[in-house]
Ligand binder design. Structure first.
Ligand SMILES: [Zn+2]
Length: 333
């Protein structure tokens, strides 16, 4: 339920809008492209980032048939003018909607919306719903603003009203400029970002006020679950700092949101299952990127978990998060 995809060709948005380091692609040899952020090289990608048939074949090697796809977080472009971000988002969303339509047995789609402007985002949410896209992926902060900020609440409210799932993905990592070496933004920043997002949504009362909102936090919730003891203790000892917007303890929310399984560690996954329950862990891969679980859950099969638990992780929990039935028809014919 956590894989990334891009269209093979992207318009040159920087040229179109006349500003900004929007991502563009340079296809420099067959099956390979450079993602460029303005003039700066961002990442090399291969055909499995855009070729739907190749992705299905690669997944089949791991006996997996379905991929929940979303864009790559660097595409969010929350820093852009809202209308331009909408234009970009619609391009990406149309691509995913077409994919879901063309391969209904293999792909389920999550959209992206201009979080920096609620009215614009909500308009796109309605369109996503109409196109058969079942949720959205959002960043862990929006231009450094936390997810509890009041301007985002109407977007979450609309997701609940439209029954769209929300996947929170770390991006725009805190401290990135201070720790560029050793891939630290990915190894240290990303888990911290996800905890930041979870704490913000809990302490800010978003999850409390929207009990039907279905949220899944990436990378097994980042550092949120491993540090839940500290977070709960902080709530106990300094409610004057922590419980100012929501009187309920953070541990009350364990079992109310979903997390993916991307831990690379059976000991940690057992702990995560203990913390959130076996109904709330979904099979994530982060395919096709190297930091992902590219053996698509092989370590989970080797853990000796009850078969019913494995079934839940591999299938049922994702369906419940997405609000889908096994035989759901995702698009109107
Ligand atoms: Zn990811």
């Amino acid at each position: 339920m956590h894989t990334h995809i891009l269209p093979e060709r992207l318009p040159n948005f920087a040229e179109k809008f006349g500003y900004g380091d929007f991502i563009h692609l340079v296809h420099h040899q067959p099956g390979r492209a450079q993602m460029m952020k303005g003039d700066t090289f961002f990442r090399e990608i291969e055909a499995n980032c855009w070729d739907p048939e190749l992705r299905i074949r690669e997944y089949a090697q791991h006996r997996t048939q379905v991929q929940v796809v979303c864009t790559i977080p660097v595409m969010f472009s929350y820093w852009a003018e809202p209308d331009d971000c909408l234009d970009l988002s619609r391009f990406l969303n149309d691509h995913i909607a077409q994919l879901v339509h063309d391969y209904p047995k293999n792909y389920i789609g999550l959209g992206t919306v201009p979080m920096q402007d609620a009215d614009t985002a909500i308009r796109e949410l309605q369109r996503l719903k109409d196109m058969g896209i079942v949720g959205i992926q959002i960043g862990s902060n929006i231009n450094d603003r936390n997810l509890n900020e009041p301007e985002f609440f109407p977007i979450f409210q609309a997701c609940q009203d439209l029954s769209l799932a929300v996947m929170v993905h770390p991006w725009n990592m805190m401290g990135e400029a201070d720790m560029r070496r050793y891939w630290l933004p990915w190894l240290v920043g990303m888990p911290a970002e996800t905890s930041r997002a979870a704490c913000s949504m809990i302490f800010g009362g978003v999850l409390e006020r929207l009990p039907e909102l279905r949220v899944c936090f990436s990378h097994a919730g980042g550092s949120f679950l491993p540090t839940i003891g500290r977070i709960q203790h902080g709530y106990n000892c300094r409610p004057d700092l922590v419980a100012i917007d929501n009187p309920k303890p953070p541990t009350d929310y364990l079992g109310k949101f979903w997390v993916d399984s991307i831990t690379h560690d059976p000991v940690m996954l057992r702990y995560v299952l203990d913390m959130v329950g076996e109904d709330k862990v979904t099979l994530g891969s982060d395919y096709p990127f190297p930091l992902g679980d590219l053996e698509i859950g092989a370590f989970i099969e080797e853990m000796g978990l009850p078969e019913t638990t494995v079934q839940k992780i591999f299938c049922e929990n994702s369906l419940n998060w997405l609000g889908l039935q096994k035989n759901a028809q995702l698009y109107s014919v």
